[in-house]
Design a protein around this ligand. Structure first.
Ligand code: ADP
Ligand code: MG
Length: 682
């Protein structure tokens, strides 16, 4: 008897060749196969009559073939099959290219279902290359048809036939991981019905039931997994930190901390004094002042006699943090160092030695902090900045270097709170929901490409007032190849220097530059040795140049709203009035709606919600990037209510039965889903 782990080659009807093709999609076992869910569906239920076909619309039609199909060779490699079919309302001419086998399969006098785009006029309807099958079959026509994600060599036909065979092979063995009580209480269908109808829905209602059931199951298991990770984590005791007087730290700051900053610092310090490792997310919009929260924690930890590390996603950012924090912290007796990939060998060796001997208290760096040869005397705190750029695995690789150091994660990706709970379910969350006083709103405009000359004039006007501008450069894909960012940026900058911005000092920044070059460019910009920085999105995170007042984004339609928000956050950081100009020639309704959101609000949380609503969460959250199991069916954006239901059910179950003794199937699935993650999430 088949099991979910059975190799697909053992399924009737799946041979070596097909198995190899499916293998390209990562489908190896029966379980993989039936969990390869459709990406979307096409509702081909409605069958029209020929006279009802509307040119330009895709539809299904039943018609009888009136004469044997004819085959003609138009030229080498191009064979055309033509046939005529009728119903009581009209005539349909159908053509197929290079599908020669149809010549003998479509018979005169028989009725077939054709599904395709209707063309022609009212007198002569036509379809080119429709899906066709005998009337009674109803496999790809006359029903809701699944559309699967594919790869080269695997067609919809192959996939759906394989899935059909897979489902037939396991009707009796699908384990229902949901406890019966939960299933009934939340009115969820049985697992067999769910799998059958997620693939081959009998009707729209059945599809909805199937989807709801599978989404619930995912969220339920996901919640259980996260809850268990969290409880596992909290039993590891560490020595509680002692109280530290932060007055000297506050006294050196050039400003008063906001209430939100003080609250976050308080929450973090509370964690570190608790005797359990801190695992806290500090979430705050761009410019909310996360760095100072980190600095306070670092000061606290160092005064507790431990080392601290701050990990940034780019060298530019690491250097900037270093330059900003060193004057503040060294004055307070904290010995600071910078470690990036581009440090010279000798420098690096000396630095590592000081770290190991405990002569350096605080290191700021990039991924370079994760390499094997970095050893610490007594690492007590790890702060990761802009954590969406780091996976959970990297975070934890760093934490593994200490004796369960405290972790503070800082993220500028504002996400709705329920989603934060899912994504960062293993973390406690502090929200910086207040901007430092005196921040000006950034006037944002969405304009078409025809405004370029005016935009350049505006850049010159800003420069004339002593201000600086960023220009995020267009990236043009060439014949489907990945865009060459170096070329794009350099050429765009040359154009600007040669023409509209010839009087200004234009610098260039892109991701392929050596770290040293990047640093030099950034340093020059920060020192106002250049006026305009033409860049890719490498400046998206964190960079802080208060004199920059204008952000111009070319091809703005290419960016997600949250990314645009990040880019816009690069300006308006000083006291000067700041602007953001989003250039796009895309006139599509959706693009316009998205850009309109940007011009109307500067609230990162609102923008994230809109982004989610307009774009769907598919690639928005990147669960896998966070090191968590991905969700295949559930949609974190739309299924918020379902998420709450599933979370409640999971909590109820865990309260009654923390070890999941009553539902071993669920326990096994959670184990499997989180197997590779368990150690990385702590
Ligand atoms: P982000 O949350 O985006 O990382 P930063 O920590 O870079 O924000 O802070 C943005 C700017 O605001 C910096 O120039 C910082 O010095 C300044 N800043 C931080 N806190 C305050 C405050 N309480 N009052 C005034 N300015 C502040
Ligand atoms: Mg920051």
């Amino acid at each position: 008897m088949a099991e979910l782990t059975t190799d697909i080659r053992a399924i009737r009807g799946i041979g070596e060749a097909r198995a190899a093709a499916l293998g390209k999609l990562g489908i190896f076992t029966l379980g993989d196969l039936i969990s390869w869910f459709p990406r979307r569906y096409e509702d081909r239920t409605e069958i029209r009559r020929i006279a009802e076909l509307v040119p330009g619309e895709t539809a299904c039609v039943a018609a009888m073939v009136t004469a044997p199909p004819t085959l003609s060779r138009i030229r080498k490699g191009l064979e055309l099959i033509k046939l005529r079919a009728v119903d009581e309302t009209g005539v349909l001419d159908v053509t197929f290219f290079n599908q020669t086998w149809l010549k003998n399969n479509l018979r005169q006098g028989e009725t077939y279902l054709f599904y395709g785009k209707a063309e022609g006029n009212l007198l002569r309807r036509q379809m080119a290359g429709p899906v066709v099958e005998p009337e009674g079959r109803r496999e790809f026509t006359g029903r809701i048809v699944p559309i699967y994600p594919l790869t080269a060599g695997v067609s919809q036909l192959i996939l759906s036939r394989s899935v059909r065979q897979g489902l037939d092979a396991c009707t009796d063995i699908l384990p229902d991981v949901l406890p019966d009580g939960v299933r009934r209480e939340h009115q969820l269908c049985r697992i067999g019905f769910a799998y059958e109808n997620i693939h081959f829905p009998q009707n729209a209602r059945a599809l909805e039931l199937a989807r709801r059931r599978l989404a619930f199951e995912e969220l339920f298991l996901f919640t259980i997994g996260l809850r268990r990770l969290r409880s596992r984590r909290s039993v590891l005791p560490v020595a509680p930190c002692k109280e530290v007087d932060l007055t000297p730290f506050f006294a050196r700051l050039p400003f008063q901390l906001t209430g939100a900053q003080r609250r976050c610092i308080g929450e973090a310090l509370g964690d570190m004094k608790s005797g359990r490792p801190m695992n806290r997310l500090c979430q705050g919009d761009v410019g909310s002042g996360k760095t100072m929260v980190a600095a306070a924690c670092v000061y606290f930890m160092v005064k507790n006699g431990h080392q601290a590390a701050l990990m940034a996603p780019t060298e530019i950012l690491a250097r900037q943090h270093f330059e900003g924090l060193r004057p503040l912290l060294e004055g307070l007796g904290v010995r600071c160092a910078l470690l990036t990939g581009s440090a010279r060998q000798k420098e690096r060796r000396e630095l590592l030695q000081r770290l190991e001997e405990g002569e350096t208290d605080f290191v700021i760096g990039t991924h370079a902090l994760l390499t094997e040869d970095v050893r610490w005397a007594n690492l007590g705190l790890v702060v990761t900045d802009e954590q969406h750029r780091f996976g959970v695995a990297q975070r934890s690789a760093l934490s593994a270097k200490g004796d369960s150091p405290h972790m503070l994660v800082m993220s500028a990706t504002p996400i709705p709170r329920t989603l934060a709970l899912i994504l960062y379910g293993d973390l406690d969350v502090s929200v910086l929901d207040e901007l430092p006083p005196g921040r000006q709103s950034i006037d944002t405009f969405a304009v078409p490409g025809s405004y370029h000359q005016r935009v350049y004039r505006f850049i010159r006007a800003q420069a004339a007032q002593g201000r600086q501008s960023y220009v995020v450069c267009p990236m043009v894909e060439e014949d489907g190849e990945a865009p060459d960012e170096r070329k794009a940026v350099t050429e765009y900058a040359r154009k600007l220097r040669a023409g509209p911005l010839s009087e200004l000092r234009v610098a260039v920044l892109h991701g392929r530059m050596k770290p040293r070059e990047k640093d030099a460019v950034m340093a020059a910009f920060a020192a106002h040795e250049t006026d305009v920085l033409v860049s890719t999105t490498v400046i998206e995170v964190g960079v802080d140049v208060p004199n920059a007042t204008l952000m111009v984004v070319e091809n703005a339609e290419r960016f997600g709203l949250s990314q645009l928000h990040q880019l816009r956050g690069r300006v308006g950081r000083g006291t000067h009035k700041s602007y953001c100009i989003l250039i796009s020639d895309n006139t599509g309704e959706e693009t316009r709606a998205r850009l309109r959101v940007m011009t109307r609000t500067s609230d990162g949380f609102k923008i994230a919600e809109e982004d989610l609503r307009l774009r769907g969460p598919g690639d928005f959250f990147g669960l896998r990037q966070h090191g968590l199991p991905g969700l295949k069916v559930a949609d974190l954006g739309c299924d918020t209510k379902l998420l709450q239901e599933a979370q409640a059910a999971a909590d109820q179950l865990l309260a009654a039965d923390p070890e999941l003794r009553t539902c071993p199937a669920a326990a096994a699935r959670v184990e499997e889903l989180f197997a590779r993650r368990a150690d990385t999430l702590n």
